[in-house]
Design a protein around this ligand. Structure first.
Ligand SMILES: [Zn+2]
Length: 412
């Protein structure tokens, strides 16, 4: 049986340990998820049991259907481990446990949510919190030489605001950590306020938001700003008070790097507006917007070359890019566990805010105008970076086209 201590305290989180064996449904489910690099596991009621789905590299895959009795064992184990009542759940409940891999000895923090799913049934969601954002340098994340140079220019004179934008799960925190890692933390006092801390950076003073003890984002941020910092990292801006405090810190001569939920660089300006940061404040403090998306890395073992279609050529020509003779198409093999892809890489749009763009932001230009002006002077769209990675044989044309359809096609 899996060894689980029933407690919800964070100091002594319940551990699903190495002693687990494969006949134990919870252990074998989590083991499979770890080995397939899943970030999320979903268990939902279907007619003949519970459907198991994994999210891997951002995509949902249906894995199996757990029989009712097996599911019941998993549910009971999870409830005991998380300190939930083992009676039926009528409200959503959240807990945490640690899974320890039998062979690798690696520990994985997992957040568990159990929600009622109608007719007295329950659904479970597991989110793997660790192992997702190990500290990497910007090049490893997928940032081009030119983009890294734009970041370096800011780090060479570390003042002003850098906003890292993307949708949920687009790798914003990893980029923030990489920038913190690139800053000389022996010579600069670096502090962060995060919700939650995903990776610990040597030399960075990191504070985690704690709702239970009323340590809210803006309160932590204000406390940190009194501690003589040179660089402040904020993950992420989600309310007016944090946005205003972040912006003020950025115009007071410090470097402030913050993540923000926005699909493109123009929406970043609108988001700051929405949080009631005056346009002139954003305009005077902002130095760089990093907008990003994650795409899957095509498996190099099994991918095959294919010719480009008219539609593919059309996308390349929209961005004035020379198309390659062939592009890679994902297949499947044992190396990629038949998924056709292996891990992910970020694609970026970096907008350095020069004087003229700053004036554009201050004069209240609309989203479409801002986006056009950003791309005239700031830098190319993220889709251009994706197409570069298609040319380099890292990303499939299929995924680049999907990004284009999701983010760009309706603008042109
Ligand atoms: Zn493969």
């Amino acid at each position: 049986m899996t060894n689980i201590e029933a407690t919800t305290s964070y100091e002594a989180m319940p551990v699903v340990t190495a002693s687990g064996d494969l006949s134990d449904p919870l252990y074998s489910l989590l083991l499979q998820a770890v080995e397939e690099r899943a970030t999320d596991v979903h268990l939902d009621p279907v007619e003949n049991g519970k459907m198991v789905r994994f999210r891997i590299d951002g995509v949902i895959y249906k894995k199996s259907v757990l029989a009712a009795d097996e599911y019941q064992r998993v549910l009971t184990q999870v409830k005991v481990a998380s300190g939930f009542s083992i009676d039926k759940s009528f409200v959503p409940e959240e807990g945490t446990l640690i899974f320890e891999h039998k062979d690798q000895g690696r520990r994985h923090n997992i957040r568990i949510s159990i929600t009622p799913a109608g007719h007295g049934r329950e659904a479970i969601h597991f989110r793997f919190l660790t192992g997702r954002s190990m500290l990497k340098d910007l090049g490893e994340l997928g940032m081009s030489t030119q983009h890294r140079q734009q970041v370096q220019t800011v780090l060479d004179s570390p003042t002003g605001i850098v906003l890292i934008a993307g949708i949920t799960g687009s790798g914003k925190s990893s980029t923030m950590y990489s920038i913190a890692g690139a800053l000389d933390l022996d010579r600069h006092v670096g502090v962060s306020i995060e919700d939650p801390i995903e990776t610990y950076i040597p030399g960075l003073r990191q504070i985690e938001v704690d709702y239970e003890h009323d340590l809210l984002m803006h309160k932590g941020l204000r406390a940190l700003l009194r501690m003589d910092p040179d660089a402040v990292f904020v993950g992420e801006i989600r309310d007016k008070a944090s946005a205003v405090t972040t912006a003020r810190a950025g115009i007071a001569g410090r470097l402030v790097v913050a993540t923000l939920h926005a699909p493109d660089p123009a929406t970043v300006i609108e988001a700051m507006n929405h949080y009631e940061v005056p346009r002139y404040v954003t305009a005077s403090g902002l130095r760089l917007i990093i907008s990003q998306h994650l795409l899957r890395r095509v498996c190099q073992e099994c991918a095959v070359e294919r010719d480009l279609t008219e539609e593919d050529l059309d996308i390349f020509s929209k961005y004035d890019m020379t198309p390659p003779a062939k592009v890679l198409k994902a297949q499947s093999c044992s190396k990629c566990r038949q998924y056709g892809y292996n891990g992910r890489i970020a694609v970026f749009e970096l907008t350095t805010i020069n004087n003229s763009l700053s004036q554009e932001i201050a004069r209240d230009a609309g989203k479409a105008t801002l986006l056009r002006r950003f791309r005239e002077e700031g830098g190319a769209a993220a889709i251009a970076d994706a197409l570069d990675k298609v040319k380099a044989g890292i990303v499939s044309m299929e995924d680049a086209r999907q990004l284009y359809l999701n983010t760009e096609s309706w603008r042109i």
